[in-house]
Design a protein around this ligand. Structure first.
Ligand code: UDP
Length: 412
């Protein structure tokens, strides 16, 4: 489907759309390339799915390329990812060599497009070495980190930093993630597309069909966490919290998530989760296909409370999605979740399963409060975390980089 900006006018108002069109005119025919490591699964793919067509719609010559790699490569890049999020991982010299070598192979395929582009946006660490491989580049290169690198495991950051410092700018989702780097660093929060299958309003009929498919009982409270099966998402902690709630309230829990092609750890983590669930018929562990957007949408809408009990989180689009659906979110007190879950307004931040259970019980005992928080949550997302704000910040940043050092003023 070709996305058009006009479709969002009813949600964000005409002036927001006009401003984006004006920015688009200033960037007409600019060649922008986004590079990441998976076309589906995870927040980056979710964002690029709307961002690329919308940038095209306003006249920017935008494309999205995905680097290829084998299991060895993605096991190494998952270790780099985990290391950047603070885990003391072991990455040997030969692993870093493989990481570089696979990037070099990808560069051969992408050489022309990367050399000619006016702007290249490299998402996350997997494709970060491409810049070092492109000495003839014409454009400006941005490193966009989507993960929580506030306290990286030092040896990993030390090895990655030489690739990152060559960029012209980097973008982070939180102030705390900024690093000592020799270029400009920008703060841009991610966002959701309110008209995508993941977030659009669904009919009662569609909600009922998902309810029936997974045998959920709407007479009893439903807690939902949607996440890749990743230890930083703390699915085991969610089960512990659910068990504490269950001592008092007959709640049900859905833990739903598929894999991402650049995340080889998912299967192992899912097995740990299945074991922890001990065949409890009220814990629904769902392995969803990558295109299960409407199912996830329905599960979030059927939920009474959304949980995202991460112990590290770059931003947490699942939090945004839950808030947008008018649900309070119980979120881990980390990273980008802190930007979205405002204690006692849009949900509660927690550090332990006990804390999560406490606030889940509080909300379930105060349905009026829960409803009120849900309304605040949706307005909070409308103001801060919809794609139009995100697009405006990207376009302004691109204009800034292209005109840096020139005397133009950027008026939008
Ligand atoms: N998601 C999905 N299928 C899944 C699990 C997650 O489509 O099985 C989506 C989820 O709805 C959200 C994104 O993937 O849009 C996850 O983004 P988030 O920032 O929460 O976490 P990440 O996976 O990027 O760490």
């Amino acid at each position: 489907m070709k996305l058009s900006l006009e479709a969002y006018e009813n949600i964000v108002g005409p002036s927001v759309i006009q401003q984006l069109c004006r920015l688009g005119e200033k960037l007409k025919d600019t060649r922008v390339v986004h590079i990441n490591s998976t076309r589906e699964g995870g927040g980056v793919a979710e964002i690029l799915m709307w961002m690329v067509p919308l940038m095209q719609d306003i006249g920017i010559d935008t494309c999205w390329e995905v680097i290829k790699g084998n299991t060895e490569f993605f096991t190494i890049t998952k270790s780099i990812h985990n290391g950047l999020q603070g885990e003391p991982v072991v990455i040997k010299k030969k692993d870093w060599d493989t990481y570089f070598e696979i990037n070099a192979q990808n560069f051969q395929e992408l050489k022309e497009i990367l050399t000619e582009a006016d702007i290249v946006v490299i998402h996350d660490p997997q494709p970060a070495p491409l810049l070092s491989l492109c000495p003839e580049r014409k454009g400006k290169w941005i490193w966009r980190a989507h993960i929580d690198i506030s306290h990286p495991f030092r040896p990993v950051w030390k090895a990655l930093k030489p690739f990152v410092e060559k960029f012209d700018a980097s973008i982070f989702s939180m102030n705390q993630f900024a690093q000592p780097l020799p270029h400009d660093q920008f703060l841009v929060a991610p966002s959701i597309d309110p008209l995508s299958d993941k977030n659009i309003e669904l009919t009662p009929l569609e909600l009922e069909s998902v309810r029936a498919e997974y045998d959920l009982d709407l007479q009893r409270p439903l807690l939902v966490q949607i996440s890749r099966f990743d230890r930083f998402k703390d699915p085991i902690g969610v089960i512990q919290a659910y068990r504490l709630v269950r001592k008092i309230i007959p709640a049900q829990l859905v833990l739903a998530g598929g894999g991402a092609s650049d995340d080889p750890e998912g299967k192992e983590v899912m097995e740990e989760v299945l074991e922890a669930a001990e065949n409890d018929p009220d814990i629904h562990i769902l392995l969803l296909p990558p295109n299960a957007h409407r199912t996830i949408n329905a599960l979030q809408r059927l939920a009474d409370i959304i949980i995202q009990k991460s112990t590290k989180e770059g931003f947490g689009l699942t939090v945004t999605e839950g808030l947008w659906k008018g649900k309070p979110v119980i979120g881990g007190d980390v990273g980008g979740i802190q930007r979205q879950v405002i204690d006692n307004h849009t949900g509660f931040l927690v550090n332990t399963p006990e804390g999560a259970a406490h606030w889940i019980r509080f909300l379930l005992h105060h349905p009026g409060r829960m409803k009120e928080m849900g309304k605040t949550a949706q307005e909070f997302v409308r103001e801060n975390f919809l794609l139009t704000r995100h697009l405006r910040e990207y376009l302004t940043l691109i204009l800034f980089l292209l005109r840096k050092g020139k005397t133009h003023t950027i008026l939008v």
